[in-house]
Every structure is written in structure tokens, then in C-alpha cells.
Ligand binder design. Sequence first.
Ligand SMILES: Cc1ncc(COP(=O)(O)O)c(C=O)c1O
Length: 472
Amino acid sequence: MSESTKSQRSQNELGCSLDIVLNSLLNRRLSRNQLRRLTTVPCGMVDFSSNAYLSLSSQSAVQQAFLTRLQAAASTPENAGPALLGSGGSRLLDGNSSYAESLERTIAAFHGAQAGLLFNSAMDANVGLFSCVPQPGDVIVYDELIHASVHDGMRMSRAGQKVPFRHNRVWDVPGARSLNKSLEEVLGSLIHGPDGHLFQSGDRHVFIAVEGIYSMDGDVAPLAEIVDCVERYLPQRNGYIVVDEAHSIGILGKRGRGLVCELGLEQRVWARVLGFGKALGCTGGIILCSPITRAYLINYARTLIYTTAMAFPTLASIETVYGFLTTGQAEPLLHNLRLLIREAHKAFEELCIRENAPAELLRVSKEKPESPIIPIFTSQPRSLAGYCQTRGFMVRPIVAPTVPKGRERIRVCIHAANSMPEIRGLVETVAAWLATWRTADLTKAMILQQRSEADGQVSLASKREVVDKAKL
Ligand SMILES: Cc1ncc(COP(=O)(O)O)c(C=O)c1O
């Protein structure tokens, strides 16, 4: 059944006036080709899409260690062990446990932080933090590509201003023109603005929100420069940097400790938000911070207070994978992942050169990737993703508004458990797609040409031009 028929049918099924409003909004999305749908991944697809970069949850040793923990908890006499299914309430009521508190200490110690507070997701952690910590009159300065969860937290926050800066642009570039300013310019305008004396004296706080690895571009924040810039413009130590390391833990730093640890910035970054749902293959998140901030969050973060705490199996899964990280058992996976990332990028770069791919149809960044996320830019992301999917490779199209218009892409994620033949298979599938696209374009151009010739309007020179263009 076509999409238009489907939406027509649901028009007839509309029950109340709200349904009519909702349906018209859905139809608007449909007409813009932006309708979101839930899908399931068919069995047997090669995963180039999920965020489980280290493939930890599919390792039998990890599965076994996790099951052993569950089994041990299940065999503990009643009332002496954890509730196996649910936690029974909020962390502030009956959902807390010494197991959760001990896990927080273990994770904080591994990442060189003073304290940690678990949340049900990194989304909850960001919303909780940004909605309650900034005080009236404070300012949040954020990278323009920051995750939606930080935006949601900011929306609820009492901060006086929320100001974006250009993605990863720390310092001013003379003559550069863009909508958003550099971080340096934003901080400069704050300290020289109407309330400048309050920022200069340290009475107003400035929160700077960045990510370790950006989820759509896979690039890494220039964190050392960000820290230098913030300390230079806010020398009273009232610049509070928050690094979302959802995509960088497990990947960057020694044994996957993350970007802050890789650069030795533990003392100069105010807080970190880690997510366990990406490289670590679990769910949940944690805020690494000072004990005072932790105590404040316990009192004010609504996404912690008004929700049922993580269940034991979730805590046990996180503890299991941290066991693999801390003991170095995950090192071979990380090593293999880094190798595959380099090879995959090289293969895509070679493909673009070999096929002389037109930049709008296929382009990959020349910079060597530092993360498992390799965006393959194309003006036809749905066509390319669909072509790959029907041939057994799961990749997703990423379109506006998730990324800016003109930056559409397929997002290729490499995993430790991918193999070189799988990567070569994906690259050759992309090459085959490019060929079909060219053939289709050439055929279209020929038809147009024939029509024009019949009309007697086209010279030989322009005929050649059309065909050459289509061959691109
Ligand atoms: C940068 C970033 N932060 C936070 C989150 C939220 O993570 P979680 O899935 O744990 O809610 C995501 C997930 O999409 C993310 O990409």
C-alpha cells in the first residue's frame, strides 16, 4: 500500500479533533519526506549502523560474565540480594542500593573523577544537569551541534542566556563569516557586554557544553584549546565546562577512559556526562562531578528524583563491561576497531578517487577519522542507504533537520566485530550504487537529448556537454 493511500485510509479513521490535527502534522512530515517510523533490523544484516562500536554485548565472555552475576544474585537468599527485576522506586526512595553506589565509585575512579551519579540514560543526565544547575543570570554557551538532550535541558533551565558557538571553532578567524561566532567571540562579548563586570568578577557562571565525539560527524572536540580559551576569558574560574562523552568513552583514551582522560584534563573540566548505550553496549548514563555537585543533583535533578531507578540487571551489565575495560580485556577489541576504522576510511577515499565520484553524489572527509563514525556525504542518502540495506548492509540515511541541509549523508559506524570482507563488501556496494545512479542519469540525459534534437534545438556541442555531465 502506498504512503498516500495509507494516510488517506487513516484520514477516514480519525476519531476526534485532536486526531485530525495530529494527522495533518504527520502528513506534513510525510509530504516533506521527513516522516519518522519505527523499524526493526532484519536478521543477518551486517551492522554498520548501531552505536555498539566495541561489539561488547555480542562477546561470549562478556555474556557469560553478565549471566554469572545474575545467577549469583538469583541464588542469594531472599531479602539478602537485590530485587532481580525492578528497583522498586526512585533512587531517593526504595530504588537505591549499595550496589549502585559502589558502581558509581568504581566508574568515577576509573575515569579519574571525584564522584559519579547514575541516571537511567545519558539523555536524562543531560536534561537533569542543564535544567537545574545554571542559576538565574548564568549563561550556557554550547557548540551548535550539541545533542538534543542538552537543548531539552537548556529549555527548562533558568539560565539567563543560551548562546551557540560555531561547531568546534574555538578562536576567531579573521575575515571568516558565519552565522555563529567562535567560542572566543562569544566569551569576549559576555565579558564586555552589559553585565560584563559580573562575568569578570566571577559572580556569574558560564557553562560551556561540548561533546567528546560528535554523534553525526564523528569528529572530536578540540578540548585542550576549549579549556585554554575558557580559562583565558574567565580567569576567576567561573567557566564550567561540561563534556558529553556519550560517544567517546570506550573509544578514546587509555583503555577507553574517554577524551578528558586522554588529554589529562580531569581537573580542568567541571563535569562529564557518560553514556553506556554506545561503545559499552548497555544502557544508562552517569554524571562525573564533584561531591557537592552530586549532592545538588540528588536534590534538584528531576530526571533522577521522579523516576524509577535502574534495575539490577542494568547495573550488572554496566559493571560487567567496566570489568572488561579496567582489566584490559577489551583492549584487543579496541585495537581491532581502530584498525578497521583506518581501513574503512581508506577504502572509501580510494573509491571516490577511483570512480571520480562527483562530490554531490559521494564524498568522504579527507581527514583521518578519530572515531568509528564515518559520514559518507551524498545528496541521495535515502537512495544509497536503501540500496545498501537491500544488499544486507545496515546503514542509515541522515537527513535535515538532523543535519544541516546540504550535509546529508549515510552514517557508517564501524564495530570491533566487523570484518575486512564486510567493509570491502560495503564499499563495493556503494560503488555499484554509484554506477546505477550514473547509468540512470545517463539514460535520462539521452532521452532529454533525443527530445531536444527532435525539436531541432540542440547543437552538437551542447549534446556532448549534456552527456559529459551525466557521465560525471
Ligand atoms: C551526544 C549524545 N549525548 C547523549 C545521548 C543520549 O544517550 P542515551 O541513549 O543514553 O539517552 C546521545 C544519544 O543519542 C548522544 O548522541
